[in-house]
Design a protein around this ligand. Structure first.
Ligand SMILES: [Mn+2]
Length: 318
């Protein structure tokens, strides 16, 4: 059976604490459990103090057949940042703007940009699958969306890994259907707000799209669907959203996601959907779900550790 672990973002001490709490033990650099394996939900890097250590722990478990993983949007962006648009070009699939560098700066510092280690980890990120459809459960970083998967399939191999350079170019090209599909799967489903409705995000940028609670059933209003800061929610109308706007979730198997910066006490989003990202790099929790084969998810199978504030502060200052 599997223990699923949400977004880690460089919080290595919390990862060790969570694995130990679930009775995993380290032998010769590999964390193992007598009878269980881990599935990681992606977003290993950016923000936190010990990103390379997290990567080493995760990769050692994957290489020793003790864990599976999917790609997070931060690993996708890291590859695009490090990949020139053409050989010898100084333009990259993810433009080297000040904002993009700022988001990625801690990783680039910790791994040392353009070092052999940087190249090694980028190569490893390239081989991570976008989703896993396993007997009894499903795993994806942000949104399980059959139409988006169909738009991506031509760019992926049979294990849902991004196939080649041409595929990376298509997935980072705005306007390409595969770009939108990738955004949905790794960053979440966004919808256009009704005519005339807009809001300012935390950076003061005017937004006409909002992230959605894609797992909700119809009928539902725009406000109930929106994932937005508390002060923004009142600006989003209680107007019914069009019926075809959400994929819905067929509920055939439970699906596990990360990505959504949840707060509070971990519990399922619905009987078949659980988010395991509880904002560890922003002072929250590192969260797992101990899956025993059940079809309906239960509160009691969540397991978490609180952020190690003392260690984060010390390493953050270093
Ligand atoms: Mn994410």
């Amino acid at each position: 059976m599997y223990d699923l672990i949400g977004d880690i973002h460089g919080c290595a001490n919390e990862l060790k604490g969570l694995l130990a709490k679930m009775d995993y033990r380290e032998h010769a650099g590999v964390w193992r459990h007598a009878t269980r394996r881990v599935i990681f939900l992606g977003d290993f890097i950016d923000r936190g103090p010990a990103q390379v250590e997290v990567l080493e722990m995760v990769r050692a478990m994957v290489d020793a057949d003790q864990a599976l993983t999917v790609m997070g949007n931060h690993e996708f962006n890291a590859v695009a940042w490090a990949t020139p648009v053409a050989t010898g070009s100084d333009a990259y699939l993810r433009p080297h703007t000040e904002d993009n560098r700022k988001q990625h700066a801690k990783f680039l510092d910790q791994v040392v940009e353009d070092s052999g280690d940087h190249e090694k980890w980028i190569d490893w990120f390239r081989g991570l699958p976008l989703w896993l459809d396993l007997p009894g459960l499903r795993v994806v970083h942000a949104c399980w969306h059959a139409d988006a998967f169909a738009d991506l399939t031509g760019h992926l191999d049979e294990l849902h890994r991004i196939r080649d350079e041409a595929a990376w170019a298509a997935l980072t090209r705005k306007g390409d259907p595969a770009y939108d599909a990738l955004e949905t799967v790794l960053k979440g489903l966004e919808i256009v707000l009704p005519d005339g409705v807009e809001f300012k995000d935390k950076d003061g940028k005017v937004r006409r799209h909002v992230r959605t609670r894609w797992w909700k059933d119809h009928p539902i209003t725009y406000r109930d669907l929106a994932i937005a800061p508390t002060d923004v929610i009142p600006q989003i109308p209680h107007e019914p959203a069009p019926e075809d706007i959400l994929p819905g979730y067929d509920g055939e198997k439970p699906v596990f996601v990360g990505h959504y910066w949840m707060r509070g006490t971990p519990r399922p989003l619905s009987s078949r959907v659980a988010c395991l990202d509880y904002s560890v790099a922003a002072g929250g929790k590192l969260c797992a779900y101990r899956w025993d084969g059940e079809h309906d998810l239960v509160d009691e199978h969540f397991c978490w550790v609180d952020v190690d504030r003392r260690q984060t502060a010390t390493q953050g200052a270093a």
